[in-house]
Design a protein around this ligand. Structure first.
Ligand code: NAD
Length: 475
């Protein structure tokens, strides 16, 4: 099963022809058994494994991603997602018998999970392989055909993904279309049956608008400002270590990275000292010379982060650590800010970089209000030893997902749903939840022997009127 890789930014005619092939194949794809779907996923993983070194080279070139992190956050994630599908797929695909009401007497009712059809998957650059393949694994598990568009900002990895996919799937099963905004815009004009978009809230709205024209269902895995709320803890060292790790991994370019930290005002100094210590411990020496410390993916993103820091400082913020930016070299040092003006842009826009604002709070209600005055975050982190504190945070602040006494970890589970709410997204991925996004739950009823339904059809003789009256009173 091989196909040739499509040219980058293909002509509209090529895209339409590819879509037509995917559409025509969709009914057969829907009929694939669990065994056939799993065989494709095994082949996909084998191909990823074969290209492991190439993937590491590509991601190092693109944003100096360390090989260990390619293994942990790209290859391992793909492997474990396939494992989860292999474990559960037969059960997920099975039709489920359900009870009926009075009108269903004499028959059987069940739900058939069925592939939606042709899926479009649009992905961002920050995890350039797994954020393409994880939804693709779910689409294949569900029995969909799929068109996939990786990010143009990580073109070297996108090319590898295209080669991997083309070595495994026929072109009428999965097609990788590389390109930028123009290509994505052309794709969004086609009548897909489901769109799985991962990216920024701003583009998510464009995707949703385009989907309304067909219309088709969407999964929007978006971003936002994920807060950390710290209780009045004895020691801030453990919190600081976990926050520093989650903030600086991938140089802060994680959709669920802690965006800012709320700490009790009288513990702010302790927290600042602890977070500085934790960051230096993780990336000793000059971060710019540390092989484990990543770069920002593109100069315009480095510039965007730099402007957020400059704006905060111009409004009186104190840069208590870092602050160095080399836009051309796509480098932003691990940076910690305090004393931030409430109107600073850094408290409005998702940072998506290694800059951590620290916000002191004087009461629990003030902390809750600070978060709830902003759009619903993708993740929420709470550090506390008090159950009631944790419960109050969870019940008073909504978010897509949450980790308690850690950051980011909930995202790596294949058992938990992963998705946002409101501005941070719609729908959920991972494991069975991903399968469900690409699946239509078709309700089916079969009449096995005639019930009393015919008695209630016109003409309505007086005895029927009485019967209806009795039924209404009895039900
Ligand atoms: P982005 O929204 O700029 O781009 C994502 C994809 O959309 C890319 O493939 C891009 O080519 C395409 N795109 C860009 N403009 C478009 C347009 N006008 N019309 C159609 N398609 C368009 O996002 P990004 O910069 O690649 O990624 C960063 C964002 O993604 C952050 O907000 C981050 O929080 C979010 N993100 C979310 C998740 C999640 O799972 N929730 C994961 C990773 C990143």
């Amino acid at each position: 099963m091989t196909q040739s890789v499509l040219p980058i930014a293909p002509e509209v005619e090529v895209i339409e022809k590819t879509f037509a092939a995917l559409k025509s194949r969709a009914p057969q794809q829907r009929a694939l058994s669990a065994k056939e779907r799993i065989a494709r996923l095994d082949a996909l993983y084998n191909e990823v494994w074969k290209r492991r070194d190439d993937l590491k080279t590509a991601m190092w070139n693109e944003f100096r991603k360390p090989g260990e992190e390619v293994d942990l956050t790209e290859i391992f994630v793909v492997k474990s997602e396939i494992k989860a599908v292999k474990r559960g797929l037969r059960k997920w695909m099975r039709p489920k018998r359900l009870p009926g009401g009075l009108a269903q007497v004499g028959g059987a009712s069940w739900v058939r999970p069925e592939a939606k059809g042709v899926a479009l998957i649009i992905s961002p650059w920050n995890y350039p392989m797994q954020l393409v393949l994880r939804p693709l694994i779910a689409a294949i598990a569900a029995g969909c055909t799929a068109m996939v568009k990786p990010s143009e900002l990580t073109g070297e990895t996108a090319q590898l993904v295209a080669e991997i996919v083309s070595a495994v799937f026929n072109s009428d099963e999965v097609a990788v279309v590389q390109g930028g905004v123009e290509t994505a815009t052309n794709l969004l004009k086609l009548p897909f049956n489901h769109i799985y978009f991962t990216g920024s809230p701003a583009v998510g709205k464009i995707v949703m608008k385009a989907a309304s024209q067909h219309p088709c269902s969407v999964t929007l895995e978006l971003g936002g400002k994920s807060p950390v709320i710290v209780d009045d803890l004895k020691s801030m060292r453990d919190v600081a270590k976990k926050v520093a790790w989650a903030k600086l991994s991938n140089a802060g370019q994680i959709c669920v990275a802690p965006d800012y930290v709320l700490v009790p005002a009288d513990r702010e100094a302790d927290f600042v000292a602890a977070i500085k210590g934790a960051m230096v411990e993780m990336y000793p020496g000059e971060a710019s010379a540390n092989k484990d410390y990543q770069r920002i993916v593109a100069t315009h993103h480095a510039e965007r982060i730099s402007k957020l820091v400059d704006d905060a400082i111009a409004r009186g913020a104190k840069c208590v650590m870092g602050g160095d930016v080399d836009v051309k070299g796509c480098y932003v040092a691990p940076t910690v800010l305090t004393n931030i003006d409430p109107n600073a842009e850094i408290l409005e826009e998702e940072i998506f970089g290694p800059v951590l604002p620290i916000i002191p709070y004087t009461s629990f209600d003030e902390a809750v209000r600070f978060v709830n005055d902003r759009p619903t975050p993708l993740a929420l982190y709470v550090f506390s030893k008090r159950k009631r504190f944790v419960e109050s945070v969870l019940s008073q602040i909504q978010s897509g997902g949450a980790s308690i006494n850690n950051c980011v970890i909930h995202v790596s589970s294949n058992h938990l749903p992963f998705g946002g709410l409101g501005n941070s997204g719609i729908g959920s991925g991972h494991g069975e939840y991903g399968f469900t996004e690409f699946t239509h739950l078709r309700g089916v009823y079969e009449q096995r022997f005639d019930g009393a339904g015919a008695l209630l059809m016109p003409p309505y003789a007086p005895w029927k009127t009485k019967l209806v009256d009795r039924l209404l009173r009895w039900l």
